[in-house]
Design a protein around this ligand. Sequence first.
Ligand SMILES: [Zn+2]
Length: 412
Amino acid sequence: MPVTFTTSGALKKSALREANERLVLNTIRQNPSLSRADIVRITGLSPSSVTFIVKRLKADDIICEFKTENWSQVGRLPTAIRLRANARVGIGVELGLTGGRIVVADLSDAIVSRKTVPWHANHGVFLDKVRKAILGLAGQYEPDQVLGIGVALPGFIDRSTGRVIAAENVQWFGVEVGETLRRDLDIPVYFENAAKLSALAEMWSADGQRKPLRDFVSVVARGGLGTGVIINGEILQGATFGASEFGHIPIFPGGRKCSCGNTGCWEQYASDFALSRLYSERAQLAPDQELEPEAIIEKVRAGDAVATEVLRETAHNVGLGFVNLVMALNPQLIVVGDYLADAWDLMEETVWGVLRSRVPAYYLSEIRILPSRHRADAPLAGAVALVLSRFFNSFEDGGEKGRQRSVLMKEA
Ligand SMILES: [Zn+2]
C-alpha cells in the first residue's frame, strides 16, 4: 500500500516528526530486511533523521536490528533492520450467518490466535458472546499492545457507530453492534462493510513486487454476493457509504425474488446459495438435502453431469455481472473469493466467454481475474488490515472528507 498521509490542518512539528516515523516504519514493513542506508535511499530522509527515528522505534520495541549472514566487502557483518512482529497486535472480527470469527494478527499480518462464536438468531445474545470472546483474546496482551479491533459487518452500515442499518441476509435492521461490542472495551473499534473489507485485504497484502493495485474489484460469495471496489487506491464509499452493491443490480428483470425486495438481482444467480439452489432444483433434491458449493464442486471434478451443467450456468451468470463491473469501473483486476476461488479453474473459461462476447476487446486487454489469496478469509483479513493500516499509514485522524489533503512527507 502506498504511504499516503492524510491530515486536516496545518502540520505541527510533532505531526511532521510522526509522519516521518510512519514513513520509515512502512518502508521497513514492505522490505523485510533493510540497512539504514537502504532506508535513507528509499525514503529520501537525511541519514541523521533516519538514525534518530530508528533509535526511537527501537526504544518502542517496534523494530530490531540484527546481523545479516552475508559478509560485506569491508569484512563486517552488516546490520539489517526488521519489524518486531509481535510488538503490537490487531484484532479482526467478522460477523455473519456462519457466526462470529475473531482473529489476532501481529504486525506482519500473521494470525497468532483465533476463536469462533456460533450464530444465534437473537442478536443480543450473539453479540454478547462475541464481545466476551474478544475480551478473552484481548486480555492475553498488555493493554497498549492491542492497536484496535476491526469489525466486518454485513449489509448497509453506519461505520462510525457500528450500527447495522439493514442486512437482509442476517435479518438485522437497526442493530447497534458498536454499542454492544464497545462495552467494557478500552480499545478503539473500527467498522466496515465485509465486502469492502475483502477489497482492502487484497490491497493491504498485495505483493510489493507486482504492479500496485489501484483500481480493482473484490467479489465475495458467502451467504450472498458482495463486491468491494477500490478506485484510485481508496475504497469506493458513495455519498452515504452504500456504494458498490453490484449483487443487487438486476441481470434478469422480473426474475427470482430477492431479499432486497427487488427481482432478478445478480446475487440470486451467482452467489453460493444460488449455486446450491440451482443444483437442488436440477437434481430434484429435498430441501434438507441441499448441498454446499464445496460438495457440488467436488461432484463436478468427479465428472457429475448435472453438477457440471449447473456450475457452467452459474459461471455464465457470474460473467453477466462481470460485464457490469467492467463497463462501470474499468478495473485492472477482479479478485474472486469463496466458492468462486475454489472453482475458478472450472469457471473461468465460461466467464471469459461471456465477457468476450459482450464487452469490446479494448476494455478487456488489461484486465486479469484471479482467485483471492485469502479464499474464504478475505473480509476477516480486511478487518485486520483496517487496524494495521491505521498504525502504519496514518498519524492523525482525517476529519471530514472535504477538508482532507494528502501529503507525502520527505524531510523533517
Ligand atoms: Zn436484491
